[in-house]
Design a protein around this ligand. Structure first.
Ligand SMILES: N[C@@H](CCC(=O)N[C@@H](CS)C(=O)NCC(=O)O)C(=O)O
Length: 256
């Protein structure tokens, strides 16, 4: 299959995955205050239940350290077993309150109570229909983001700017999970109409202005553009946009 066709299939199936979940994990709260210390989530990108937690984190505009636990992966499994007594994901650690929780419903409930101060949206609960749709979102991606691939360990965590429903970001999150690369997930969901659309073709006329004093405005000031995925790899002093380039970079430098 040609590279172009492969790429079109990857992006198309990722759009379908987000559509199956009703594009949850697109918008971000304007009022949630970020906690002092970074939350930590033991996560598997292709896990249907983990997805509810990541959608909640985007919608609450919260960043998180992602610790990948792909099937067959061993790099972080021992630590998860030690702190939680099992290797089940999702598992949340909140150092701000000393809370550790397993299970998507309990975690999402905690996040909305602690940070959102509002009820959990029905679509983020692990009901039968929601779980089926979330599983289908993985199936249409050919189960990528579920199983480990041999990789080199990194010394320092990477950083990924993303939001949960972003079809391009998903491709990168899948690979980071498979390669067991831990990263700070900076969620920059949409906070106003001008944020909607691809960076090169926003559904808004005129110069793009993010809301002031937000992660989007900081990104624009520091990087000169607001687009996801955006990867920072301190191990190789590399910063890059464009999902296809990022995937190639991760494969070349970290896959074995
Ligand atoms: N060609 C880019 C496209 C990236 C892209 O269009 N990302 C969208 C989100 S899926 C975006 O950054 N939109 C602008 C925004 O969210 O402000 C890639 O493959 O990474």
């Amino acid at each position: 299959m040609s590279f172009d066709l492969q790429r079109a299939r990857a992006v198309g199936s990722s759009v379908l995955a987000s559509t199956l979940r009703g594009w949850r994990g697109s918008s971000a709260s304007r009022s949630v205050q970020p906690p002092a210390q970074l939350l930590e989530l033991f996560d598997r990108e292709g896990c249907a239940h983990c997805r509810f937690v990541r959608e909640a984190l985007t919608e609450l505009n919260l960043d998180v350290r992602i610790v990948p636990i792909p099937l067959g992966g061993t790099r972080f499994r021992t630590r998860l077993m030690e702190i939680s007594g099992s290797d089940q994901v999702p598992y949340l650690v909140d150092p701000n309150t000393g809370t550790q929780i397993k299970g998507s419903d309990a975690i999402v409930q905690y996040l909305f109570e602690q940070y959102g101060n509002r009820p959990v949206p029905a679509q983020l609960k692990a009901t039968g229909a929601n779980v089926v749709k979330s599983k289908l979102a993985t199936v249409v991606r050919g189960s990528l983001g579920l199983e480990v691939r041999p990789s080199k360990a990194v010394d320092q965590d990477m950083t990924l700017y993303s939001f949960e429903s972003s079809p391009y970001s998903r491709l990168v999150r899948e690979r980071l999970c498979e390669l067991e690369i831990p990263y700070t997930l900076v969620n920059i969901g949409k906070q106003q109409r001008a944020d909607v659309g691809p960076a090169t073709f926003r559904l808004h006329l005129g110069e793009y202005k993010p809301l002031p004093n937000t992660k989007r405005s900081s990104m624009l000031a520091e990087v000169g553009n607001v687009q996801v995925p955006y990867l920072i790899d301190p191990n190789r002093d590399t910063r890059m946009f464009e999902s296809a380039d990022i995937l190639q970079y991760l494969n070349q430098n970290y896959a074995l």
